[in-house]
Design a protein around this ligand. Structure first.
Ligand code: TXA
Ligand code: MG
Length: 336
């Protein structure tokens, strides 16, 4: 199929909305990452999203709305806590999971009795949903298990020829996927840390719990291996290397740094010279993409502070990592 790349102006958005109404697939920018969208109320349309991504059917998709009141179409009920979180955090990177109405096709929810919904804080996404006149189901616009795209060029790299439309909206401002919170049980559970910091959520929800890292109750997007670059990713450990490590030349490795001060690597990507986790979030996936494309033997990632957006970035790094790295003067020791 031929993929049309459209500018994010009125004309492009109108054509993209028309593609959605005709049950086509449209990659569009949100404040977090690019989504690959289709008519959320059409099983046939959503099936084409799964096919383009090669995504297994057990992974549910988030439904995007352009105004808070649209949740009434999707959820059987809007409990007071949901309303409170919506009032405070929408539009924004927060997905809420609640029991679904029957009109939401099972393919959207992977057969679950619940559906995740969010209202994105991006003018192009909101305009697209409004013009399409229906909620849009959209996972991140990457092949299954690969890095999430934070620029339309990353979308084209992975999905050119596999989707009907890509809206060329440039870089996405937040850069990390939404925080997913289930309100199905009495105690709210974070299924995936993301662009809405847990500290902010806890102000409204003091009894918020974290889901176990994986297992049946966890969110499918929390599969232990996920978000992987093609180049092996190693988490930096401090201190002397233990015996049994595999040596790799330092200049054959890339380095994902939080702040400056790392030299001798083939390529260094600094997430935030001033140590700002919001800035780091906006650059996170793009930096990983660049390192992944640089033809390196391995990528060494420095752990980030686990607060604010750092929690979500560390979650993605741990899932992507295939081992640990100890950095010496000229060599990096790779340990599984
Ligand atoms: O920021 C984002 O969330 C982006 C943009 C495009 O909105 N979307 C995104 O979608 O990251 P995706 O499909 O890559 O991740 C959505 C994850 C699923 O893998 C699953 O973990 C969780 O959200 N999810 C969605 N619906 C759910 C449900 N009904 N129950 C449990 N988890 C659900
Ligand atoms: Mg994804």
């Amino acid at each position: 199929m031929e993929t049309r790349v459209l500018a994010p102006g009125d004309e492009g958005i109108a054509a993209a909305a028309e593609a959605i109404r005709r049950k086509g697939t449209v990659a569009f920018p949100t404040e977090t990452v690019y989504g690959l969208g289709a008519d959320a109320l059409s099983a046939r349309a959503v099936a084409r999203v799964f096919a383009a991504k090669e995504r297994p059917r057990f992974d549910p998709v988030i439904v995007h709305v352009a105004e808070p009141s649209a949740v009434e179409l999707l959820w059987t009920e809007v409990p007071p806590l949901a309303q409170e979180l919506i009032d405070r955090f929408w539009p924004g990177p927060l997905t809420l999971v609640l029991p679904r109405r029957r009109r939401v096709p099972p393919i959207v929810t992977a057969g679950l009795p619940t559906v995740g919904v969010r209202m994105p804080a991006h003018p192009v996404a909101l305009e697209l949903i409004r013009e399409a006149g229906r909620p849009i189901a959209a996972p991140s616009a990457n092949r299954f298990g690969r890095l999430s795209p934070t620029h339309h060029e990353d979308v084209l790299d992975q999905l050119n020829g596999r989707v009907d439309v890509v809206i060329a909206g440039g870089p996405t401002p937040v850069g990390i996927e939404s925080t997913v919170v289930s309100l199905v049980e009495d105690v709210p559970v974070v299924l995936r840390p993301g662009g809405t910091p847990l500290e902010a959520l806890r102000e409204c929800v003091p009894n918020l719990r974290m889901a176990p890292p994986s297992g049946p109750s966890a969110s499918p997007g929390t599969l232990a291996r996920h978000y992987v670059p093609a180049t092996p990713l190693l988490l930096l450990e401090r201190g002397p290397a233990p015996a049994g490590g595999e040596p790799v030349e330092r200049r054959a490795c890339g380095f994902l740094a939080y702040q400056e001060g790392w030299t001798g690597f083939g390529r260094v990507e600094v997430l935030s010279p001033s140590g700002d986790l919001v800035e780091a979030g906006a650059r996170f996936f793009a930096a990983l993409h660049r390192l992944d494309r640089a033809g390196l033997s391995a990528i060494v990632a420095e752990p980030l502070p686990e607060e604010g957006l750092g929690v979500a970035m560390m979650d993605r790094l741990r899932r992507a990592a295939t081992g640990k790295a100890y950095v010496g003067e000229e060599l990096v020791w790779r340990v599984r």
